[in-house]
Design a protein around this ligand. Structure first.
Ligand code: FAD
Length: 461
């Protein structure tokens, strides 16, 4: 349209925004994208990628310990946090540059500015005050760490935004939160040698995950020296020299070098101008969208964490891609949010897909549960006291596998492939008919024969 500067204006160059921009452009749309911080968004700059690099770093300590049982003599290993952070920063800069190159290659015009909505077709760039008119606007502004309740000393608390840039490794750290980010960082710091106290207000970590998995991981974390304190909150933080005295709700104190809160993330919508333009929010606080990511304003769409559907990078990417296919590719593409496989990069790792046991029992008339717990082979010579756990939930009527939960080495890798089978509707009989790969841990998934439990609803229910 002649009176528009762009066919599509994307706010936010993260996982969802970048994918939408480049696919829309490949269909011939004139696309602009605004980014107020760094191109790549949370995942690349201060989320999945730097976190996974820290996870890798943290796992060497266990490998050094385990090596002795396999005949290796390892000189006392020393860890240097500034080296890790500098190398990580270099890699993140490389990835950011690659993202920028991709946008350039796809003729997407990048505007390094915060952008806010002025009306349904106008975006204002705060860096210059310039206004841009676009036929369609896509909001892909992601999420932001919840700062936490206003307790005394909150100013001393860091979030996942700052944790990647600490000048030194904290000797002792309190992490408040029970979600995957809190759990992952507890394991990262423990692996790197910090003394870690995880404080969570609920009764067990990883709310929303299968109860067996939560319990198994909690006990593994304790076995690795992490203090897991559930049913409590941090109520105050007091500075004492270069230390932080952290007070908990039972009035106990923990003296540490750093306090990190990872108590959830909120859709990043502050000051965007949504209300004045008429973009409505859903009950969960994210932008309300339909299955094509269209908001309550016909030409404004939203994808990724800002919609608070499933806050994961591959989901944001899929939503961005589907939006571009729908609007510019002539292929209306709804996104299927069912059976999203996901991992927690704790130590040991966790991989899950589908229903938890509690959900399966609630939703299905008959549920068969298969589970196993075993010592991974590698732990035997290493003398490491650890166990892996696997669980399959099966619809007792159709035989379909409706949930798979794995705690153990490479669980994230395993669940990606189990995810294909589950998405295809594989049955327990299909799992059983698949020949085992021996000796692996994954073979347990196709050799679980005995039901641990079978639940059925009576006719009256
Ligand atoms: C510590 C951590 C670890 C994580 N680990 C994983 C993981 O292992 N696996 C996984 O799948 N997911 C993980 N996630 C979640 C993942 O990062 C997000 O789901 C994903 O980045 C969402 O993509 P998005 O496009 O919605 O938003 P983002 O990637 O957050 O991008 C939004 C972008 O918009 C920009 N922006 C915001 N407002 C404006 C504005 N007004 N104007 C201009 N620009 C703006 C922001 O600066 C940002 O760059 C993790 C997140 C965190 C915090």
């Amino acid at each position: 349209m002649a009176d528009h500067d762009a066919d599509l204006f994307v706010i936010g160059a993260g996982s969802g925004g970048v994918r939408a921009a480049r696919i829309a452009s490949s269909y011939g749309a004139r696309v602009m994208i605004a980014e107020e911080f760094r191109v790549g968004g949370t995942c690349v700059i201060r989320g999945c990628v730097p976190k996974k690099l820290l996870v890798y770093a943290s796992r060497f300590s266990g490998e050094f310990e385990d090596a002795a049982g396999y005949g290796w003599t390892v000189p006392e290993p020393k860890f240097h946090w500034p080296t890790l952070i500098a190398n990580k920063d270099r890699e993140i800069a490389r990835l950011e540059a690659a993202y920028i190159t991709t946008l350039e290659r796809f003729n997407v015009k990048l505007l390094k500015s915060r952008a806010v909505l002025e009306d349904a077709h106008t975006v204002r760039l705060l860096s210059s005050g310039a206004r841009v008119r676009a036929e369609t606007i896509l909001i892909a502004t992601g999420g932001w760490p919840h700062p936490g309740p206003k307790i005394p000393g909150l100013e001393h608390v860091i979030s996942s935004n700052e944790v990647f840039h600490l000048p030194e490794l904290p000797k002792r750290i309190v992490i408040q939160g029970g979600g995957y980010i809190a759990v992952e960082f507890a394991c990262i710091f423990a692996g790197l040698g910090s003394e870690v106290t995880l404080v969570y207000r609920g009764e067990n970590i990883l709310r929303g995950f299968d109860d067996d998995v939560r319990e198994h991981l909690r006990s593994e974390m304790r076995g690795r020296g992490i203090t897991v304190t559930c049913g409590h909150t941090v109520t105050a933080i007091e500075k004492a020299g270069d230390k932080l005295v952290t007070r908990l709700s039972d009035d106990s104190t923990v003296t540490v070098d750093k306090v990190m809160f990872a108590i959830g993330r909120r859709p990043n919508i502050m000051g965007l101008g949504l209300k004045s333009v008429g973009v409505k929010l859903a009950e969960h606080g994210g932008i309300a969208v339909d299955e094509y990511s269209r908001t309550s304003v016909a030409n404004i769409y939203a994808v990724g964490d800002v919609t608070n559907r499933a806050n994961l990078t591959p989901v944001a990417i899929r939503e961005g891609h589907a939006f571009a296919d729908t609007i510019y590719g002539g292929k209306p593409t709804p996104v299927d949010h069912a059976n999203v496989p996901t991992a927690v990069f704790s130590e040991p790792e966790l991989g899950v897909i589908g229903l938890t046991e509690a959900q399966a029992r609630e939703q299905l008339a008959k549920v068969d549960v298969y589970k196993t717990s075993f010592r991974p082979m590698k732990a035997t010579l290493a003398g490491r006291n650890t166990r892996s756990f696997m669980k399959l939930l099966v619809d007792g009527i159709t035989g379909r596998v409706v949930g798979c939960h794995i705690v153990g080495p490479d669980a994230g890798e395993l669940i990606q492939l189990v995810g294909v089978a589950v998405k295809m509707g594989a049955t327990k009989a299909d799992f059983d008919a698949t020949m085992a790969v021996h000796p692996t841990a994954a073979e347990e998934l196709v050799t679980m024969r005995e039901k641990a439990m079978s639940y059925g609803r009576s006719a009256a229910e």
